[in-house]
Design a protein around this ligand. Structure first.
Ligand code: ARG
Ligand code: ZN
Length: 859
């Protein structure tokens, strides 16, 4: 059944308070809920319709009197003749131990955990499970004291005690009204790292990070990240923590990254646990970002929440934007922006061009869990960033202040957010709202004409109108002179300005331009569009060398490399040898001579665009040719610059014990890039160097980098390193995930056979989302192997999706997204993919999650 935004109506009943009592028994839990219900005065009289899923109903009472005057539907409980104000009590039995979907209340190794967003609360208790019903919660938990010593819920602990038969109880009260998707409980055996944080206004917040017993030495980084985030939000947005207790609980079985439940965040262990020997630089950075993200939700999501799930990007796009800015401030702003755009192009652009394309505010959905997408999160963040670019940072801050002033405590829509920005800045953002309504990646065509006599440069920008009409697109521009310096012009600040492209085509005139410039367009990626400009190779080399916008320096390199790889792909498809221009050699050689401070940036420039990103630029993709072309360029550069890569590799050897700061991380990143290139020259001595690094590294970043390079081949060294890695780390689940992932992502011809074997390895577990993502989704993202010409990759993944769907539809559905771009390939591959999709589609008992994805894919 399709749900439409246009059908939204306010709730017929409001629920002011919820008292929940959960009694954990060995093979079930009994949930008693008392709801203070009243009719919504703003809505015409209607029946009370409660949502429920897999609940065994034991009793219903109204104002303390048991009643049977209700209708039990498949997933609804309808009460028709109820008073205007009453107390509704329900008792249900649920089976968390059998809940493999990991939505609602479920069992993981050390106890019980919840995930209620988007619609998990209905799997715990009967409720109007929608975000615009906000209530004050009190929760009491009862459980065995020895097995489940930690009993946690949102808010503040109010009382606890012991019961007969070795049991205990605890009560929690959350003073903040919240939608039920922010409800959380944990009953488990956990260790806790405690700390505290004092806000600027003097509130003392007790912080706790709860983890599997024995892992307290892996929590320090997450705790530091939490305190940094709290400080950053005060400094940047004047937003303080409103809680007395802020808890983070890590769980090894979790569908997504983390969840911002009020005062009781629940995290995938992947985004909490870290120690230098088991986590990479990227892991440390991701932990910073995710801890910040969930913390920032406390304002953008919890204090102001979404009216309905179509508004998901209201909280997710905004909160991703906030965590991106936090990451940029505490790590490396330039590299952070490059990573964001790489991610957008590898994930969101293909999504927006495929069967799951949807606007930042979708108009309809079948299963809301399918819409926790790159579009909602990452394009949503770009939309927020564009507002900041258009109105300026100061006005954006005023807009945030106004948004909270107007809507604190409310459940609102994206319109309210944009209206606050418009009102605070005085900008008209009516046209800008189309970004929320229109799917697809816009193309902007640019062209420039220089008139030497008039000393004038005229830039024409054009957009292809979408179904909603023209968009308002901020295009940040500078003009780079032949000497490499940006030319000042009227209206520029620091030699750049933001042009607003609002019509289908517009001309922008720059006067007093004494020399023919090269335009630096869409600086810092000022809009999520594809920019077309007919740059010559020379112009790109010039920008790469001189542009004062670091993002556009990188972009020039990506454009140049991408263009050459695509030309070579065509050549290879036609049976020819690719030829590579010498120009690149000097550029790469220059990058290798960088300082420590610019090493991270150099590593980005030297990392070629990925195959999935490049494939989007092709009409029909030949994945083998594309793969061969990209690797041919890598090998060419490695051969031409062997001595330079080696010298750089040696120069960047570790300076001492591991430290996770961004400069040392940058050195490691560039050193890894060098090792990767050197190993393209397939010699014993470079494999030995990789093995040497693998064996002697004092940290996971260097160890894993060496493993990943080796795992691209099937040498003895590769086998040795993979075996040794598992022997060393088989007791660390997150490291085992890396071991699975690196094998699934290998370009080796035998990768599919290995992945198939790994599905039967004791390290793999179809029930654990992290294992599925590490092995199966990594394989689905392995462009050349998943899209094998004989369809073997498709058949394998289709069978896995069907098996997984019976266990966990949400994760199965994410896996099914690997098929999104199947129509980009040749007819033979399409036939194989169609057969695989049909097989999933016809699988008995298929979930609506996977059905929605597959039906859209089949069109
Ligand atoms: N709100 C969470 C976050 O982005 C995501 C949780 C979504 N979970 C789900 N099952 N759809 O931080
Ligand atoms: Zn979020």
């Amino acid at each position: 059944k399709t749900i439409y935004l246009a059908d939204y109506t306010p709730p017929a009943f409001l629920i002011d308070t919820v008292d929940v009592d959960i009694n954990f028994q060995p093979d079930y839990a009994e949930v008693t809920a008392h709801l203070a219900v009243r009719r919504n005065p703003a809505v015409a009289a209607a029946s009370l319709v409660l949502d429920g899923e897999e609940l065994e109903l034991l009793s219903v009472s109204i104002d303390g009197v048991v009643t049977d005057r209700y209708t039990l539907g498949e997933n609804t409980l309808v009460l028709s003749h109820v008073p205007d104000v009453f107390r509704l009590s329900t008792v249900v039995r649920i089976r968390p131990d059998l809940n493999t979907r990991l939505s609602g209340l479920y069992r993981s190794a050390n106890g019980y955990f919840t995930q209620c967003e988007a619609e998990g609360f209905r799997r715990i208790s009967w409720f109007t499970d929608r975000p615009d019903v906000m209530s004050r919660y009190s929760v009491t938990l009862h459980a065995d004291q020895a097995l489940l010593p930690c009993l946690l819920s949102n808010g503040n602990p109010v009382a606890s005690g012991v019961e007969a038969a070795g049991r205990h109880w605890a009560s929690w009260q959350d003073p903040h009204p919240k939608p039920c998707y922010l409800f959380a409980v944990v009953a488990a055996k956990l260790d806790v790292l405690r700390d505290s944080y004092r806000t600027t206004s003097g509130r003392e917040v007790q912080l706790g990070i709860y983890v599997e017993p024995g892992r307290l030495d892996q929590c320090d980084h997450a705790m530091a990240a939490l305190k940094k985030s709290m400080h950053w939000d005060e400094q940047t947005y004047g937003l303080e923590c409103d809680l007395d207790h802020y808890m983070i609980v890590a769980v090894g079985d979790f569908n997504m990254g983390a969840m911002e439940n009020k005062g009781l965040n629940i995290f995938n262990t992947k985004y909490v646990l870290a120690r230098a020997d088991i986590a990479t630089d990227l892991d440390f950075e991701n932990i910073d970002r995710v801890v910040a993200h969930e913390y920032f939700h406390n304002w953008t999501g919890n204090r102001v929440t979404c009216r309905d799930w179509f508004q998901l990007s209201l909280k997710e796009g905004l909160t991703v934007f906030r965590d991106q800015e936090f990451g940029a401030d505490v790590h490396n702003r330039q590299v952070a922006r490059i990573h964001e755009v790489r991610g957008l192009r590898a994930g969101q652009f293909p999504e927006d061009a495929g069967p799951m394309a949807h606007p930042v505010r979708p108009a309809s959905y079948i299963e809301i869990n399918n819409f926790y997408t790159a579009t909602i999160y990452n394009k949503g963040a770009e939309v927020v960033r564009m507002i900041q670019t258009l109105i300026g940072r100061a006005a954006f801050r005023r807009g945030m202040d106004l948004y909270f002033e107007r809507h604190d405590g409310q459940a609102v829509t994206c319109d309210e957010f944009v209206a606050a920005m418009a009102d605070a800045s005085g900008h008209d953002l009516t046209q800008f709202m189309r970004w929320y309504q229109q799917s697809g990646t816009p193309h902007v065509k640019a062209s420039g004409v220089y008139d030497p006599a008039a000393q004038r440069y005229v830039l024409t920008l054009a957009q292809s109108a979408g179904v909603c009409g023209n968009l308002l697109i901020p295009v940040t521009v500078a003009l780079i002179g032949p000497d490499g310096l940006p030319l000042p012009f009227e209206g520029s600040i620091d030699s750049q300005c933001v042009l607003s492209l609002s019509e289908s085509s517009q001309q922008f005139t720059f006067e007093n331009i004494a020399v023919p410039p090269i335009p630096s367009l869409l600086r810092d990626f000022s809009a999520p569009v594809v920019l077309e400009f007919d740059y010559s190779d020379e112009a790109l080399a010039h920008l790469l060398a001189h542009d004062t916008d670091p993002f556009n320096r990188w972009e020039a390199g990506q454009r140049l490399a991408g263009r050459l790889i695509l030309q070579a792909t065509e050549a290879i498809s036609a049976g020819l040898e690719p030829v590579w221009p010498e120009r690149l050699v000097a550029i790469v050689s220059g990058m290798l001579a960088c300082s420590d401070e610019t090493a991270a940036f150099a590593a980005e420039i030297l990392s070629l665009p990925g195959e999935a990103t490049l494939a989007e630029q092709l009409e029909v993709v030949d994945p083998d040719a594309l793969h061969a072309a990209r690797n041919s360029l890598r090998r060419y550069l490695a051969c031409q610059l062997e001595a330079e890569f080696r010298a750089c590799y040696e120069r960047l050897a570790p300076l001492g014990a591991y430290a996770p700061d961004s400069t040392s991380a940058g050195r490691r990143a560039l050193r890894t890039v060098c090792l990767g290139y050197l190993c393209e020259i397939d010699t014993v001595s470079y494999r030995a160097a990789a093995l040497q690094q693998f064996e002697h590294a004092d940290n996971m970043t260097d160890q894993f980098a060496a493993l990943a390079v080796l795992a691209q081949g099937s040498s003895d060294e590769s086998r040795l390193a993979l075996a040794e890695f598992y022997r060393r780390w088989h007791d660390e689940p997150l490291v085992v995930d890396k071991w699975l992932q690196v094998q699934a992502a290998s370009r080796c011809a035998e990768t599919l056979a290995r992945v198939e074997a790994l599905t039967r390895h004791p390290a793999f577990e179809l029930r654990n989302p992290n294992k599925v993502y590490a092995l199966l989704r990594a394989f689905g993202g392995n462009h050349v192997r998943f899209h094998a010409a004989d369809g073997s990759g498709y058949r394998f993944l289709a069978a896995q999706i069907c098996a997984l769907d019976a266990i966990n539809p949400q994760v199965a559905s994410r896996l099914a997204r690997c098929f999104d771009r199947w129509r980009k390939f040749d007819a033979a591959r399409q036939a194989h993919a169609r057969a695989a999709l049909n097989m999933i589609h016809d699988h008995a008992g298929l979930s609506r999650d996977v059905l929605e994805i597959v039906a859209r894919a089949l069109g």
